[in-house]
Design a protein around this ligand. Structure first.
Ligand code: EPU
Length: 432
């Protein structure tokens, strides 16, 4: 579903002229699991602060295709009524477009006893297997069959049973899918080695607020006592997107004199604010804002330091690419180690084509020597986060860059160009 739109960006050539306030929208990775959780409820679900991004539309299309009803009740409020699904099979055309489709497996199986889905698609950043899901469903008593390209998963006649599941890797969407499955399973489910990302916590806290007995939220061990029926009590308010806030922060560090990032949770981004402070960036925070003030020293006065991505609260893999752009402008040598995914450094080729000094040591590790001036280029967004990183690089660079494949950027960031124009960037979306 790629459209033929691209961005034209006039680079600042290393100047720091952006200024003003930029507001953060609701989080993609928080809203998608909660949309999937609509299937668990015996009442309609209302969500607020929902971002207008492509992945939200894809999730809505999947739910509608299953037989749910959904409408936007105001600009950022969405109502989903998934009480009467007509199908338990995820359409392959949409599921193959985004990984988060796998989130629906847990609630459909728990509520309807059977689910059929293809191997989920998504950004090409690594192997992205689903073995943790298969193993977990089997532990809950289900049978898993691969039929052609599809997985057919069937619960026992009397429904999924609570189980003790140890995740061999921390997995965000698996933790979320099993929190949802456990909420309607018989008895107690204990999940170990859980992801602790704020988005996982947000889903669990919402289910808890709807009466599900969940303990250990935000820790590696989560216990859930399943219920026969769950009803929504209050609307779900989508968390601010920490990854969007983090991307704006890196952009601000490199290109803004004064920038206030509003509607965010600075506590969820501590690892990035500390990294930038260590480099010399004048960053401060309040409850809901991150502020860059008097950022007048040149970028080569900032110092480089190594990054190693890690599950929360470590350095997020989703901010690895924007942070690498930062390191092309700072003074020193630094390695970037991608610890979560096998294939998430390929975009560095594009930075090299813009003039960066980056050498790949292996698919998990690059060395960046800075500072190097960047020059404009025609670029292609390879995935959501690297797409935004290339956008930041284009703003840093001298001259006018073009970014193609912006469907990827639109998957995770709502009309980002409009908010960037408001802080002084010359950026245009061109439709062919
Ligand atoms: N893994 C397995 N087996 C599985 C599932 C995962 O080995 O069955 C491995 C993965 O291959 C990876 C590691 O576990 O090496 C962690 O992957 P995880 O499952 O946590 O990733 P995910 O749940 O598919 C979510 C986000 C990603 C984000 C990662 C890591 C959503 C919808 N997606 O993906 O976000 O990068 O967690 O934090 O929440 C993005 O927003 O652009 C994005 C890619």
């Amino acid at each position: 579903m790629q459209n033929k739109e691209y961005f034209e960006i006039k680079g600042l050539g290393g100047q720091k002229t952006l200024s003003g306030k930029i507001s953060v929208r609701g989080s993609k990775n928080a809203v998608l699991p909660v949309m999937a959780s609509s299937i668990l409820f015996d009442s309609p679900l209302e969500l607020t602060n929902v971002p207008h991004i492509e992945d939200v539309e894809r999730m809505r299309e999947l739910l509608l295709d299953l037989g749910a009803e959904s409408e936007w009740t105001s600009k950022r409020s969405l109502k989903i009524d998934s009480r009467k699904l007509k199908s338990n099979k995820l359409t392959s055309e949409i599921s193959k477009q985004f990984r988060a489709s796998i989130l629906l497996s847990g609630p459909i199986l728990a509520k309807y006893g059977k689910v059929v889905f293809p191997h989920p698609g998504g950004c090409v950043i690594g192997a992205r297997p689903i073995d943790i899901f298969e193993d977990g469903f089997k532990k809950m008593g289900a049978t898993v069959k691969e039929v052609g390209e599809e997985y057919h998963i069937k619960a026992p006649k009397d429904g999924l049973k609570g189980a003790e599941i140890f995740f061999k890797n921390m997995s965000v969407t698996a933790t979320e899918a099993f929190i949802m499955a456990g909420s309607l399973a018989r008895g107690k489910t204990v999940l170990r080695n859980c992801s602790m990302e704020p988005e996982v916590q947000s889903l669990a806290n919402y289910l808890k607020s709807c009466g599900v007995n969940i303990k250990g939220i935000g820790t590696p061990t989560i216990e859930i006592i399943g219920k026969k029926s769950i009803k929504t009590k209050t609307p779900y308010k989508t968390l601010p997107d920490r990854l969007e806030a983090g991307s704006f922060l890196i952009l601000g560090a490199l290109c803004a004199k004064d920038l206030t990032i509003t509607n965010c949770n600075p506590d969820d981004l501590m690892v990035l604010t500390e990294f930038l402070k260590d480099a010399g960036v004048p960053v401060s925070t309040t409850n809901k804002e991150i502020i860059i003030k008097n950022n007048t020293k040149p970028n080569d006065s900032f110092t480089s330091s190594n990054i190693r991505t890690h599950e929360h609260p470590g350095f997020p893999t989703d901010l690895q690419a924007p942070a690498a752009v930062f390191l092309t402008q700072t003074t020193g040598e630094a390695t970037v180690f991608e610890g979560i995914f096998e294939n998430r450094l390929e975009y560095t080729d594009s930075l090299v084509s813009m003039g960066a000094d980056i050498s790949m040591w292996n698919p998990h590790k690059v060395m960046i020597k800075g500072p190097k001036p960047l020059k404009s280029k025609e670029l292609h967004s390879p995935d959501i986060r690297a797409g935004l990183a290339l956008l930041i690089a284009s703003v840093v660079a001298e001259g006018e860059s073009v970014i193609n494949n912006i469907y990827y950027i639109d998957r995770g960031y709502e009309r980002v160009e409009e908010r960037l124009r408001d802080i002084g960037l010359d950026i245009n979306r061109i439709s062919e």
